[in-house]
Design a protein around this ligand. Structure first.
Ligand SMILES: NC(=O)c1ccc[n+]([C@@H]2O[C@H](COP(=O)([O-])OP(=O)(O)OC[C@H]3O[C@@H](n4cnc5c(N)ncnc54)[C@H](OP(=O)(O)O)[C@@H]3O)[C@@H](O)[C@H]2O)c1
Length: 311
């Protein structure tokens, strides 16, 4: 079967650039949206040019120019959107509604993967304010996709390791503490840590796979289903030193939201659901699919390996 042509929208972003790389390395003709709005952002431009050097096609289009989006979409079979959705960086998930309209108008798309790549928003109807905005907006985009009868795959990627493992799941830092660590409750809730490059590999594997059509694919590599305590132990083994541990109760953790700025309040809510409630692992995959079962050939990164770079 011929491999689909792929358009990545948001290709210079944190997860987007890995998706572009995976698409190219898995042999797809890869198109990357180049927005005129990037203006003098030399880093973005050079990243785009580096994609071009590796064989990608750059497609000029803007969210302010509907026709240009339709024309971009018409070039390919599959659209993957990695639009920003992390409040302390930038958050524009609802812009995707324009892309959904463009896909509907173009009428040729075999699969659309919207910007998800986190917790499954369909399971977060109970989520706390203000963090629930992320899930509500992702659900609004899903509704538009499904109303337009666009074939889709939703990727639930759990905890990106760069945000959740490198820091041993501490908020407000991206590197591991060397002396003391806060555990969420007893630290035994199971969560799922995934190397971002593996997220991209699994995502690209799914795009032409009939088993993932109109389904959610959960990325839950079995050896990366760990509690925070287990993750910390891996780090302690690497550095040959025990960290001093203290526990934060769920109540105190939520109280810490008071006085924080909006972006951090969103983060606290998400951490609460992941580390206290166990929202990544408290359900069975059921009718949907799990990536490491679908693609056992992927040698996913284990977290002791991932953490070595931080030593
Ligand atoms: N599971 C996790 O742990 C985790 C962690 C982080 C993020 N995520 C999820 O991953 C997804 C992507 O997040 P990210 O952190 O990778 O995003 P990001 O790097 O902050 O941004 C991605 C891209 O969004 C595009 N963008 C931003 N503002 C735009 C605007 N005004 N108009 C048009 N395009 C705009 C840009 O595309 P250009 O390349 O065109 O400039 C940017 O490169 C989100 O859904 C987020 O919730 C999950």
């Amino acid at each position: 079967m011929e491999k689909s042509k792929v358009l990545v929208v948001g290709g210079t972003g944190y997860i987007g650039k890995r998706i572009v790389k995976a698409s190219l390395s898995q042999g797809h003709q890869t198109y990357v949206l180049k927005r005129p709005e990037i203006g003098l952002d030399i880093d973005k431009l050079q990243l785009l040019l580096s994609f071009k050097k590796q064989g990608a096609h750059l497609v000029e289009a803007s969210f302010s120019d509907f026709r240009s989006l339709v024309d971009a979409v018409k070039l390919v079979d599959v659209v993957i959107c990695t639009m920003s959705g992390v409040h302390f960086r930038s958050h524009n998930l609802l812009l995707q509604l324009k892309l959904v309209e463009a896909i509907k108008e173009a009428g040729n798309i075999k699969r659309f993967l919207p910007s998800e790549f986190g917790m499954d928003p369909a399971l977060m109807g109970h989520a706390l304010e203000p963090g629930r905005v992320t899930f509500d907006e992702k659900m609004e985009v899903r509704k538009a996709i499904e109303n337009a009868e666009i074939p889709f795959t939703y990727v639930s990627a759990n905890c990106f390791a760069g945000y959740f493992a490198g820091n041993l799941s501490q908020m407000g830092t991206l590197t591991p503490p060397r002396e003391k660590i806060h555990l969420y409750g007893d630290g035994n809730t199971k969560v799922v840590y995934v190397d971002e490059d593996d997220v991209a590999t699994y995502t690209i594997k799914a795009i032409d796979d009939p088993r993932t059509l109109n389904k959610t694919i959960y990325i839950r590599p079995p050896e990366n289903i760990l509690s925070q305590r287990e993750l910390v132990e891996k780090w302690e083994n690497l550095v040959g030193k025990k960290l001093e541990k203290s526990s934060i109760s769920g109540h105190d953790f939520l109280e810490s939201m008071k006085g924080m700025d909006y972006a951090h309040q969103v983060g606290v809510g998400h951490f609460y659901h992941i580390f206290y409630e166990g929202c990544l692992t408290n359900f069975e995959v059921g009718e949907d699919e799990e990536a490491s079962k679908l693609y056992p050939e992927v040698e996913y990164t284990r977290m002791d390996d991932y953490l070595k770079i931080y030593v």
